[in-house]
Design a protein around this ligand. Structure first.
Ligand code: AMP
Length: 280
């Protein structure tokens, strides 16, 4: 059974012990409801350090007032069983009070990578993300931290925050883990009805098709993005929040295809929002 920690004191006692034994530390922050994507982050973390700590914290400051904070899936017992199996050394389940001693507010501003895309649809979301990740880093002080490309904009925003705050941590990106039909694994997929789940497979198909036509047929970016949006709309999604081509590092919008560009999408199906992205 993996160690479980609630208080910062319990966690730090063990981390200090490992540190004094000269053991390096990798950190995987999550919101729980773990799936194979999260476990791949843990497996990758084990390749980078002797010890691996996973946090499970549904961070209130990254949810908007109309969002699913209360409904977000919480499956702690199953999560701990999976982390034990995956060989994590410890799981930290902090309280909101210890993370936010002055009340749950975002006190750090996300950088330019937060502009547009999720940042436009979810105002304040990335301020909440950088606030909590900075707080977790201050407590855990890992050598490396792992994040999934599934949340590609989040990854870019965190890299900017680490640079701005000068955290001595290496950020490692892990490619998106997918279901057999290409759907990106997500804690929110469990909300999908059987019809919704069948439809969701279209997201990655449309992304791959659009990337293909831009890259190999040299079709224009604006035209391709528009076509992708129509394909998703016609497939039956309730709303397409965006289909966008961005620079892979700065996330600046691109009007012409260039190697390594990132194609990102967000759609809604009932109350569920699904996001995905691929390298073009
Ligand atoms: P979450 O619990 O959804 O906040 O995710 C915790 C971490 O797992 C983040 O770095 C996510 O990007 C990553 N993650 C979530 N889903 C996947 C996936 N399908 N493949 C790879 N990483 C993922």
């Amino acid at each position: 059974m993996t160690h479980q920690f609630t208080t910062i004191k319990e966690l730090r006692d063990t981390l200090d012990h490992w540190e004094s034994a000269g053991e390096s530390l990798a950190f995987v922050p999550t919101m729980g409801a773990l799936h194979a994507g999260h476990l791949t982050l843990v497996a990758e973390a084990k390749r980078h350090a002797k010890r691996v700590i996973v946090s499970i914290f549904v961070n209130p400051t990254q949810f908007g007032p109309q969002e699913d904070f209360n409904q977000y899936p919480r499956t702690v017992d199953a999560d701990i069983a999976q982390l034990t199996e995956a060989g994590a050394d410890g799981v930290w389940l902090p309280t909101v009070e210890e993370i936010y001693p002055n009340g749950p507010r975002a006190t750090l501003k996300a950088g330019t990578a937060a502009e547009g895309l999720e940042g436009a649809v979810r105002p304040g979301h990335f301020d909440g993300v950088v606030t909590v990740v900075a707080r977790l880093f201050e407590v855990v002080r890992p050598k490396v931290a792992l994040f999934g490309e599934k949340d590609y904009q989040q990854l870019c925003v965190i890299r900017q925050m680490v640079e701005a705050q000068k955290f001595p941590v290496d950020i490692i990106a892990v490619p998106t883990i997918r279901e057999e039909d290409g759907l990106a694994m997500s804690s929110r997929n469990r909300y999908l009805s059987p019809t919704g789940r069948a439809l969701a497979t279209r997201i990655n198909q449309v992304l791959r098709h659009s990337a293909y036509v831009m890259k190999t047929e040299g079709r224009g970016v604006a035209e391709t993005l528009e076509k992708a949006e129509t394909l998703l709309q016609d497939a039956g999604f309730d709303r397409v929040d965006y289909v966008a081509l961005r620079d892979a590092t700065t996330l600046a919008p691109l009007t012409a295809y260039k190697a390594g560009a990132r194609l990102l999408v967000a759609v809604r199906l009932g109350a569920t929002r699904l996001i995905d992205n691929i390298e073009v």
